[in-house]
Design a protein around this ligand. Structure first.
Ligand code: MN
Length: 295
């Protein structure tokens, strides 16, 4: 019922982008799942992936083919009211564009196998969706979502859905969304507070205290395909040596190097950690490509 749910209704316009879009929405309905959607012929072909995507090519993730969604749904983030279909919070977990060598993706979906290259903020590289045959006796259209061995695949440990849980649009976690939109169950009573004998200190009264912004959660900047490099004063160009995208965090506690997927790789790039430690900043976050040529 579109008078009750904030979800967009069907059919306003075609995508005017050169490449079709994809979106993965994290949806905490009866069960948490990830809705994997590909723009095909003006609609979003959709699969519900209970465990979400995995960067490990050995993980074959169940993907239940569900009904197409309108293109406008791609930016939907909000809380579907209880009692409506799929009631619960939705965030845009990843989005971007996709492409395929397949000349007719819609036919490929009907035949039960489509291989795509994703250009997302979290997911990159080659992924295959393939219908399972002769398994299960329910009426569900069960497929598998598998990433291919490529430079973006990782094996052994780490879960991208756990490591990068937040929305790529609002940076919110799905639980925060449910609370902020007022649909979370309200507490009947205020939680009991421990009695305080002493008022908490006023930080602004501390000598030399400075007001600072809360340190945000950073994610590595990923490259975008473009036909030409940007020009103008604000740009510096360099040769791209292939390496590992890392965020270097420097604080009073020291330097940590965090990978694109949130793993601590400080030990793998000690010379780079040492170089960051020697930089004149006290607290900083540096987004860069790490390569040690003379290993
Ligand atoms: Mn869903």
């Amino acid at each position: 019922d579109f008078r009750k749910t904030p979800e967009p209704g069907a059919g306003r316009g075609q995508s005017k982008r050169a490449k079709p879009i994809f979106v993965i929405q994290k949806h905490d309905a009866t069960r948490l799942h990830y809705d994997f959607r590909l723009e095909i012929n003006g609609v979003l072909a959709s699969w519900a992936v209970p465990k979400g995507p995995s960067l490990d090519p050995d993980d074959k993730r169940l993907a239940v083919h569900v009904e197409d969604h309108p293109l406008d749904y791609a930016t939907f983030e909000g809380v579907i009211p209880k009692g409506e279909y799929g009631g619960g919070p939705v965030i845009v977990w990843d989005n971007g564009s996709w492409e395929t060598d397949d000349p007719d993706p819609a036919a490929a979906v009907r035949k039960g196998k489509l291989t795509v290259t994703l250009h997302g903020k979290k997911l990159r590289g080659t992924w295959t969706l393939a219908r399972m045959r002769g398994r299960g006796d329910d009426d569900k259209d069960n497929w598998l979502l598998i990433t291919q061995e490529d430079e973006f695949a990782t094996t052994g440990g780490g879960s991208i859905v756990d490591d990068l849980p937040r929305s790529v649009l609002s940076k919110r976690a799905i639980g925060e969304l449910a609370q902020s939109s007022g649909h979370a169950p309200k507490r009947k009573t205020k939680p009991a507070k421990a009695p305080r004998d002493v008022a908490p200190p006023d930080p602004s009264a501390i000598t030399n205290a400075k007001r600072v912004k809360t340190i945000p959660e950073y994610s590595a900047q990923l490259c975008t395909l473009a036909d030409a490099a940007p020009s103008g004063e604000g740009w510096v160009h360099e040769i791209k040596f292939d390496g590992y995208r890392l965020l270097a965090h420097k604080t009073a506690k020291g330097v940590t190097l965090i990978s694109r997927n949130g793993h601590d790789w400080t030990a793998r790039f000690r010379p780079i950690a040492a170089a960051v430690r020697a930089l004149p900043c006290d607290t900083c976050v540096i987004d860069g490509e790490a390569t040690i040529v003379d290993a």
